[in-house]
Structures are given as structure tokens and as C-alpha cells.
Design a binder for this molecule. Structure first.
Ligand code: DC
Length: 225
């Protein structure tokens, strides 16, 4: 079978990366976490003092946006890690602060244009599974397979809560749930490429199915193309 591109979109904490990584592994494809790229831009802006928890200096960020080079490398354990201008920033970009920052920079048109350009470049040779919010609608509108994942906010908050606990953090469930809802609202209502299901995407609500069932469902879709 010729290589294809696969777009996986959906709300935050929906398990997009789990299904996308699983598909990439089974098919021998490259997995690309587009959210990590928005996170890397937020980190870049914070570090340079162009972003705080309340403000963004868009003029400075725009001046320097072309200096941001984002790449991915696989570590010895087989996990993919994000690099910002050659530096491994995987741990730093996963904080709640940078996650919220990513959601905020992702509303800015020039940020989206630059990252979409880099993402389209990565998909030119096909054989890519990319997850995000606008992959099926904007980045790869011609992707051969588009998956749109959903799960209830409560289920997603519980998943994130469990992840934070596992990392030794002490989260409060109601705060995690409020954060999930706040991000949903921002992701779906922004002017620039809001999160929406592409007309030709296939939707899966994974609130009550296992990771294995979900991966099998997606593999069946690939094999039935
Ligand atoms: O998937 P994530 O939580 O790592 O994404 C971080 C933020 O980036 C999220 O709030 C939405 C935004 N994002 C986006 O706007 N478009 C994408 N393709 C991927 C992520």
C-alpha cells in the first residue's frame, strides 16, 4: 500500500497522541505532535520575556518568529521528544503554564501560518500521522484518512488528573475540569482555524472504549481505504 497522510484532530486530552502514536508505530510512519510546536512557540516567547501569564508582545514575537526551528527526535526509549533550536525542551513544554500559553499563542494568525508551513513541509513525502486541531481542515486538507476524536469533558479531565497524579503532582479535580472547559472554549471559538471536524473526517467518541479497541478501529479504517 502506498504511504498516506493521516490527520487526527480533537479536543485537548482526548487521547489523540495515543491513537496517532499507535498508528505510526504499526504502520512504520512518522508521528508528529503539532501541539508540541505551539507549546515550543509559547516557551520561546516566555523565555524571551514577550509573554507573561496575562500578556503577549505580538510585535516582538512576530519579528522573531522565523528564528524558531522546531524538530523531533526519538530518544533511546523510543519516545519522541521536541527540540527548540536544537535544545531538548520536551519536559518544559508539558507544564500547565506552557499548555495554557500554547492555547493563547495558537490564536495568533502569524504563529499559525508559520507552523502550518512547517507542518506541511513535514508531510510532503507522506507517511505522516499528525495530531492537532486543524490537521484535517487546514494542514492536510487532502489527507487520505481523517479521524476526529471526542470524549466528554469529565472523562478528559479525569484522564489528565490521573496523569498529573502519576507524575507526583497534587491536582484538584474541579480545577482540572475548569481548565479543560476553558481550553475547549478557546480552541473552538478563536477566529483563526478554530477546532472543528472536517466534513470528511470520521468521528470516534472514545469515552468508554479501551486504547486497544480504539487502535484496532483506526487500523481497520486504514486497511479498508
Ligand atoms: O494538543 P496540545 O494540548 O499539546 O496543544 C496545545 C495547544 O495548542 C492547544 O490549546 C491548542 C493548540 N493547537 C492548535 O491550535 N492547533 C494544533 N494543530 C495543535 C495544537
Amino acid at each position: 500500500m502506498e504511504k498516506i497522510n493521516i490527520a487526527v484532530d480533537g479536543f485537548s486530552s482526548c487521547g489523540k497522541s495515543t491513537i496517532a502514536k499507535g498508528l505510526a508505530k504499526k504502520l512504520g510512519y512518522t508521528y508528529i505532535d503539532s501541539g508540541a510546536m505551539y507549546r515550543a512557540v509559547a516557551l520561546f516567547a516566555y523565555r524571551n520575556g514577550w509573554m507573561t501569564d496575562t500578556d503577549i508582545n505580538e510585535t516582538e514575537l512576530q519579528k522573531h518568529i522565523s528564528e524558531i526551528e522546531i524538530s523531533f527526535k526519538t530518544n533511546p526509549e523510543g519516545q519522541q521528544e521536541t527540540y527548540l533550536n536544537g535544545e531538548n525542551v520536551e519536559k518544559e513544554i508539558r507544564s500547565l503554564q506552557i499548555g495554557n500559553g500554547a492555547s493563547r499563542v495558537s490564536t495568533i494568525g502569524f504563529v499559525r501560518r508559520e507552523l502550518v508551513r512547517q507542518q506541511q513541509e513535514m508531510g510532503k513525502k507522506k507517511g505522516v500521522v499528525m495530531d492537532g486541531r486543524d490537521i484535517g481542515t487546514v494542514v492536510f486538507p487532502d489527507a487520505e484518512l481523517k479521524i476526529f476524536l471526542t470524549a466528554s469533558p469529565e472523562v478528559r479531565a479525569q484522564r489528565r488528573f490521573d496523569e498529573m497524579k502519576a507524575k507526583g503532582e497534587n491536582p484538584i479535580f474541579d480545577e482540572v475540569l475548569a481548565n479543560v472547559k476553558e481550553r475547549d472554549l478557546r480552541d473552538t471559538t478563536r477566529d483563526e482555524s478554530p477546532l472543528r471536524k472536517a466534513d470528511d473526517a470520521i468521528e470516534l467518541d472514545n469515552s468508554h472504549i479501551t486504547i486497544e479497541e480504539q487502535l484496532q478501529w483506526a487500523l481497520d479504517l486504514v486497511h479498508n481505504l
